[in-house]
Design a binder for this molecule. Structure first.
Ligand code: BV8
Ligand code: ZN
Length: 243
């Protein structure tokens, strides 16, 4: 832990890369692993344009359930620690695969959402996008402008990532000298390329996760543990190094 904190405190352009594990202690279930979202459902059943085409009500029932979970969730000490690292001037940005918006809610300012955001919906007819403040009411929700079917503005399997977010993530990863990889299985592409781009460009990679991940092979440091326990301790160490 001290070694990681020293390297992090000495870094010039550190970036965090997060997945569902960073929101686990906020009560938002992860996708894979025990009790994960995918256990009860199958990704191909729900997070795909074909599933939405076939049964928009089923897909919206799943997303409304997740919106309700997330609406009731607070950022946990892991999210708060990353926001603190940004305030300390150590962390330049958080690149996240999560759609729950909890990094921003925790105070992180530069957040790159690779897979969209569950609090935005997009009209499948006129293409307009709208923010939603709380879980949708009637299912499926209709566009207030043209009456078309609204969908969650998230990236489904088989869909391209938002170009702006992808470009920004690539440029951050290319110029990072340290990447803190937290709570991701590293199973989903092209998002999982981002830490590999950082590694190729000489960044030190620290992985925080209680289990094994598909990114462990590029980890210079592996800290096994829960993000809400590890990250606050890491930030306290970094603060000690900075004084
Ligand atoms: C695309 C958004 C092409 C919606 C999501 C075969 C091989 C390789 C790739 C593919 C393949 N077949 C298909 C593909 C491509 C596919 C893909 O990667 N599939 C995988 C499953 C094999 N990718 C795509 O389809 C992407 N699009 O390729 O488009 C294209 C290109 C151009 C033009 C047209 C088309 C789109 C992928 C995005 C899919 N959307 N979600 C929603 O959220 O509903 S994916 C979903 O998985 C989430 O976004 C999630 O973030 C993401 C990754 O999961 P993780 O975040 O890592 O979460 P996970 O549960 O897996 O892991 C949790 C980790 O936390 C674990 O390690 C656990 O140990 C740890 N943990 C648990 N508790 C804690 C903890 N850590 C810390 N503290 C704790 N307390
Ligand atoms: Zn519309």
């Amino acid at each position: 832990m001290e070694e990681v904190a020293r390297a992090l405190a000495a870094s010039k352009s550190a970036v965090a890369f997060t997945g569902a594990g960073v929101s686990a202690e906020s009560g938002v279930p992860t996708f894979r692993g025990a009790g994960g979202l995918w256990e009860r459902y199958r990704p191909e059943e729900l997070a795909t344009p074909e599933a939405f085409e076939r049964d928009p009500v089923l897909v919206w029932r799943w997303y409304k359930w997740r919106q309700e979970l997330i609406y009731a969730a607070d950022p946990n000490p892991a999210h708060l620690a990353l926001a603190e690292l940004e305030r300390l001037g150590v962390l330049k940005a958080v690149i996240t695969q999560n759609v729950d918006g909890l990094h921003r809610k925790a105070g992180s300012r530069r957040v790159v959402e690779l897979h969209g955001n569950i609090w935005r919906v997009r009209c499948t007819s006129c293409g307009r996008e709208f923010p939603v403040e709380k879980p949708v009411g009637e299912i499926p929700p209709r566009c207030p402008i043209c009456g078309g079917l609204l969908r969650p503005a998230v990236v489904w399997f088989g869909e391209p990532l938002p170009r702006g977010a992808w470009e920004e993530a690539l440029s951050l990863a290319s110029s990072a000298d340290f990447m803190l990889v937290v709570g991701t299985s590293g199973a989903v592409y092209p998002a999982a390329h981002i830490p590999r781009v950082a590694k190729r460009n000489g960044a030190v990679i620290a992985v925080v996760d209680p289990g094994e991940t598909a990114l462990d092979d590029i980890a210079d440091f592996k800290i096994r543990g829960k993000a809400a326990e590890i990250l606050p301790r890491l930030v306290a160490e970094v603060r000690r190094c900075l004084t």
